[in-house]
Design a protein around this ligand. Structure first.
Ligand SMILES: Cc1ncc(COP(=O)(O)O)c(C=O)c1O
Length: 384
């Protein structure tokens, strides 16, 4: 087998028009935040039907700046789950606040809303639910609880571009949504993300925090009508997206619904191929998950029905030229979270079981049926 035959678990889809536009941007003389970012943000607002959409350098920085904008400070608590990329917890801990974790629902792999109330204390300021793998959380219940306890909601929508809940796009309702455009996400800007809100006060603060606390975008300052004068309202950070990235994003956003339609087809094919395979626990099928945007197709290895563990199974697939992803190791068991917050094995049994068994199969829009059939037959041969 050559490297060329290796099938990765994810691969970005970049077309020739996008490449041409990146080249045009590089030749234009304006490569950082400028007209393409402005255009991309307009397109994002239209896509989400939202009054505010801010591009950022990553979802991590979007989450971080959102917490700062909400005034999260040492001693505060923010509720989320352990089944996530560690960025979700890190941004809370980086502000001296405590990530208070809740176990997951083992079917949806999203936060167990029935345990949410028990996690709320006088220090709780916000809930940060994760739309895991692109399946929306129970927004009705989470927003009802947030209202009851006067909490803010920052949806970690890193996986959820194009997902919908009760036929409404994630990002088109609710408090604050943070999307990731990392290359393995459903659309990419190389690195990057965006933050969407309908809250004018939050938006004003966020846009200043995104660029040094300055009250005007830099590219206006240097435009022909711009002034060199500006004021600083907050000790902000720097998370503006470049026009080169926005050139990619404009094309990706126009294609993301099509990308997601193909992801859905592939998810259905996996479901059909594995529904009788007792070695695997599958996600709920696409036909029952209308709003799922299928960022990941995660299966769990059932130790009762195969001699493979998740790790040996991933190795066996790698040896056969098939890449898989591990989303995720239980974040509460990382050394920092054990040492700093006292989390221990056994604290979140459902999350821990899933984290021991889960792996993500190849899923990206240009994956062909033939390539997917190779994944399917290899897995079925190993496990049936
Ligand atoms: C659930 C979740 N939250 C946050 C992030 C951070 O996204 P980014 O890489 O854009 O900072 C990721 C990235 O993989 C993620 O999966």
């Amino acid at each position: 087998m050559t490297t060329a035959d290796f099938l990765p678990f994810s691969r970005p889809t970049i077309d020739e028009d996008t490449i041409q536009d990146v080249v045009a941007c590089l030749r234009s003389g304006w490569i950082t935040t400028g007209p393409r970012v402005q255009q991309f943000e307009e397109n994002l607002k239209n896509y989400f039907n939202a009054p505010y959409a801010f591009t950022v350098m990553s979802a991590t920085s979007g989450l971080h700046l959102s917490l700062i904008a909400l005034g999260i400070k040492p001693g505060d608590e923010v509720i989320t789950t352990s089944l996530t990329f560690v960025a979700t917890l890190n941004v809370i801990a980086a502000l001296g606040a405590k990530p208070v974790l809740v176990d997951i629902d083992p079917v949806t792999l999203n936060i167990e809303v029935n345990q949410l109330r028990d996690a709320i204390t006088l220090q709780t300021r916000a809930i940060m639910p994760v739309h895991y793998a692109g399946l929306p959380v129970n927004c009705d219940e989470i927003y009802a609880i947030a209202k009851e306890y006067n909490l803010r909601v920052i949806e970690d929508a890193a996986h959820a571009i194009g997902a919908s809940y009760h036929n409404k796009k994630i990002g088109s309702f609710g408090d604050i949504q943070v999307f990731s455009f990392h290359p393995n996400k459903n659309m990419t800007t190389i690195e990057g993300g965006c933050v969407v809100t309908r809250d004018e006060e939050f938006a004003k603060k966020f846009s200043q925090l995104r660029f040094h606390g300055i009250n005007r975008e830099a590219w206006n300052r240097f435009g022909k009508n711009g002034s060199q004068h500006y004021d600083v309202m907050l000790p902000g950070l720097k998370s503006n997206m470049s026009d080169v990235q926005a050139a990619v994003g404009i094309h990706q956003l126009a294609q993301v619904d099509g990308f997601n339609a193909r992801r859905r087809e592939l998810a259905q094919r996996y479901y059909d191929a594995f529904k009788n395979n007792k070695a695997l626990t599958l996600p709920v099928p696409p036909s029952e998950n209308e709003g799922h945007c299928w960022h990941l197709y995660c299966v769990q290895i059932n130790p009762e029905n195969t001699s493979y563990t998740r790790d040996t199974f991933m190795e066996a697939l790698k040896d056969r030229g098939i890449g898989t992803g591990l989303h995720y190791l239980a974040t509460h068991l990382f050394s920092y979270y054990q040492n700093e917050f006292g989390y221990r094995a056994g604290d979140f049994p459902k999350t821990e079981q899933v984290c021991d068994r889960i792996m993500s199969l190849p899923l990206f829009p240009t994956l062909t049926n033939e390539q997917q059939d190779r994944v399917i037959s290899t897995i079925n041969e190993l496990t049936l």
